[in-house]
Write a protein that binds this ligand. Structure first.
Ligand code: AMP
Length: 196
């Protein structure tokens, strides 16, 4: 399946993406992870991205679009993918849509992780400690990321709802329950668990 996960930082997209790939197959493409790995290796992309990530800002659309479209050109995406963290803006969604149209393989579903802000702040604080993610430990950066989610990313929900792709999932609660809700919604849309 070709799936996009949309949700605020801390909503559990990364964890659930891994579980969706285990059940439905495809590759997990996590843009934040790709950027962090580039930053650790000191690549040009990593150095550019760090300037934005450290403040909680979004990396510019053209950088992200080039990076993701290149990643999607690698052969392993042909069997499906779970995009975790991209698109985050309407121009990114439009670029993705154009590329998938060219390839003749449209998205199957866009899963929106619905969760309230207090729960998110608790989760981000926990994650900063567990995973040593500097951007989760800075109150200003957290506030900025949540604001950008509202301003830039939330409009994607209407974008994908208009295309009949949007599935809203209650993302609060037990991990297994959330996975169960997502799997049920994807199965309804024609995904076969264990298709990997
Ligand atoms: P994440 O791990 O998905 O929360 O991403 C961490 C950081 O990487 C974000 O706060 C952004 O600075 C940057 N980032 C990841 N994906 C994108 C994207 N699609 N567009 C812009 N910036 C991104």
């Amino acid at each position: 399946m070709r799936i996009v996960l949309v949700g605020p930082p801390g909503a559990g997209k990364g964890t659930q993406a891994g579980r969706i790939v285990d059940r439905f197959g495809g590759v997990h493409i996590a843009t934040g992870e790709i950027l962090r790995s580039n930053a650790e290796r000191g690549t040009e992309l990593g150095r550019t991205a760090s300037r934005y990530m450290d403040r909680g800002d979004l990396v510019p659309d053209e950088v992200m679009i080039d990076m993701v479209l290149e990643r999607m050109g690698e052969g392993d995406c042909a069997g499906g993918f779970v995009l975790d963290g991209f698109p985050r803006t309407v121009p990114q969604a439009e670029a993705l849509e154009r590329r998938l149209e060219e390839l003749g393989c449209p998205l199957d579903a866009v899963v929106s992780f619905e969760i309230d802000e207090d729960e998110l702040r608790d989760r981000l604080a926990g994650r900063a400690e567990e995973q040593d993610r500097a951007e989760d430990d800075d109150e200003g950066a957290i506030r900025r990321r949540l604001k950008l989610f509202g301003d830039e990313t939330k409009p994607l929900l209407d974008f994908y709802d208009d295309r009949g792709l949007l599935v809203r999932i209650e993302a609060k609660g037990d991990l297994d329950e959330v996975t169960g809700r997502i799997a049920a919604a994807l199965a309804e849309r024609g995904g076969r668990a264990g298709a990997a």
